[in-house]
Design a binder for this molecule. Sequence first.
Ligand code: FAD
Length: 400
Amino acid sequence: MNLNSGYPFWLIKDGLPYTFPKLDCNKTVDVAIIGAGISGALVRYFLLKAGVSCVTLDARTIGLGSTSGSTSLLQYEIDTPLHRLIPKVGKQQAERAYHLCNDAILTLEHIAAALDFTEFESRSSLYFAAYKKDRSFLQQEFEARKAAGFDVSLLEEAQVRQQYGFEAPSAILSRHGAQTNAYAFTHRLLQYKKGKSLDVYDRTAVVKTEQQRNGVVLHTEQGFRVKAKRVVYATGYEVVELIDKKIVDLQSTYAVVSEQYPDRAAFWKDEVLLWNTADPYLYLRTTPDGRIIAGGRDERFHQHTKRDRLIPQKAKQLAADVQKLFPDLHFKTEFTWTGTFGATKDGLPYIGVYDKVPNSYFALGFGGNGITFSVVAAQIITELVQGKKNEDAPIFAFDR
Ligand SMILES: Cc1cc2nc3c(=O)[nH]c(=O)nc-3n(C[C@H](O)[C@H](O)[C@H](O)COP(=O)(O)OP(=O)(O)OC[C@H]3O[C@@H](n4cnc5c(N)ncnc54)[C@H](O)[C@@H]3O)c2cc1C
């Protein structure tokens, strides 16, 4: 599957921070992880922390799946607003899903600190009404989040204008969010225990799996075998080729990054993460080197030729969206890209066992907030691999 096209900013900024070998021998391990994007890298980190030996295989060069295309906003607010998730999955599970994503941001902050990874910045998040009619929707969402114990405030039109310098009928300010660089973070995670247990191989596609009584044998494109007691599929959107029920709608999304601004005083207050209630929604963040990233303008198809043809038009539209919000910013686009992303029926990811693929776990953080889901997946799967029960697993189960 063609996951990204154009010039994802992080790839240009960071290039190839580390290189990895191809697998060139047979291996026997406790756990084999297929996929070394942010999900696979986090699963590996948690497994190694728990003392489980594992090997990681990726068909691409490390990070070149969806992870390099990610704009890397970290929000506990998932694609389905809390007050709409409650009727779908029940109050307890909906609130728990939101809290798990909230905790995931803190977890990522701790991991970043432990690995000396500095591209992690805490940010509040401002969810603003795109239209006057969305005021009551935001009011309901505010009440649901407040009732669930989140630190949120509801801002009126004049407050948004005075404090953040743009026009919006109302907004929810959430005091817990962050921004990062998922591509560089993935590379840093994969250096964990390097030497003792690097065991990360790229350009090594798994082309066949063979179920055995006590595990699985993975066959690589180059003709080697990895025998594992358990397999974790952290294969991102390409997993649709493996699962025979429709769990995700694949779509296309677009992003632009501006030239650097000489003075960050030009930016909005606190450089909060901004996103709105439009469908598809517009979102904005800043970068440590003084740029603005804007994303959105999604399309409900994922055929890459059709998707890629729209890059120039979508880039223009996104730049105009920013310009409309902040006319004084004079947004000048420097890089643009597009990528596949997926939406599930309830906005929640699919994590854990899938009964048609034995001895295996799935870490599928679909959605606009895939990175926080990757953390949740890594935590749940690590417990399941160790034979422990995880109370949260049913929220994200395939048969929910
Ligand atoms: C433009 C864009 C913006 C986004 N913005 C955000 C955001 O702001 N915040 C957020 O949280 N999320 C965001 N996302 C989503 C986020 O990027 C993804 O959820 C996340 O990167 C998925 O990571 P992953 O490791 O699961 O998948 P991937 O990064 O795609 O990694 C999966 C890996 O599995 C490998 N693989 C697949 N099949 C095989 C096989 N058979 N053998 C070996 N290897 C295999 C692939 O090569 C790939 O490298 C965005 C996505 C896009 C496209």
